[in-house]
Write a protein that binds this ligand. Sequence first.
Ligand SMILES: Nc1ncnc2c1ncn2[C@@H]1O[C@H](COP(=O)(O)OP(=O)(O)OP(=O)(O)O)[C@@H](O)[C@H]1O
Ligand SMILES: [Mg+2]
Length: 261
Amino acid sequence: MSSRSLIRLERVTCGYDRGTPAIEDVDLAVDRGDFIGIVGPSGSGKTTLLRAIAGLVAPRRGKVEAPDGWAMVPQAPGDLLIRERVSEELPGAVGERALAAVGLSGALDADPRDLSGGERQRLALAIAMAGRAESGLPGLICLDEPTRGMDTARKHELAVRLRELAADGPAVLVATHDVEFAATLAERVVLMGEGEVLADGPAEEILSGGWYFATEVARALGAGGPITPEQGAAMLTRGERPAQLPMERTPGRSAKVEGGD
Ligand SMILES: Nc1ncnc2c1ncn2[C@@H]1O[C@H](COP(=O)(O)OP(=O)(O)OP(=O)(O)O)[C@@H](O)[C@H]1O
Ligand SMILES: [Mg+2]
């Protein structure tokens, strides 16, 4: 964890109303220019983690340090688009800058409803950025499930644009079910499971080193936590019950996969 991290979460627990925590004891450090994919099954706490970082949900326990200047594109960005022309969604010099940053300067006269899914996503990103960044880019850009309904070409276009944005300084955090998108786009992946960070490290290690798939297999087998492929195979062939597995999850602990350098 760098001492100059842009974002720092220390043992953060958040929840809604008085329900069980949606994320629990989460530690996370994000540096300027980081490009992070947050992956994990539905309900594992991806959106809540983004909301905690953006200050939209207050922690019950723990500490969140994050910059004020952030842009958040929610899971249903269509809700942000209400005008008949792109230029009306984003008037003035601030709007022009934001549209240029997402590569939509050529679509000023288009009706937002006529844009492709990928273009709508980028327009929503521009709107979110413009509202937060009177002087240039925000320090943090969060996107929640940005590839829903996009084909491979559009996903690639979005990935390229996001990489360009991250190269300019802000941290980019993308919550996604789309493991393929995360693998091709993000340098670092945070794997969530039942509100905890199960693994955090280089994308290729987390997504191809067995963590993600072992976790998915464990879920399907009801093991209650990540298991090795060998353990999964043993369960299937010997019909063992999950409770007999030696590698049960210890609450509050998370696996950390250290990056290079
Ligand atoms: N507004 C809310 N009110 C009450 N509970 C909520 C609310 N939003 C999320 N939760 C609960 O918090 C937990 C984490 O949800 P969250 O939306 O963060 O998961 P997610 O990983 O983003 O899921 P998905 O992949 O389906 O978007 C879940 O158990 C969910 O039911
Ligand atoms: Mg979500």
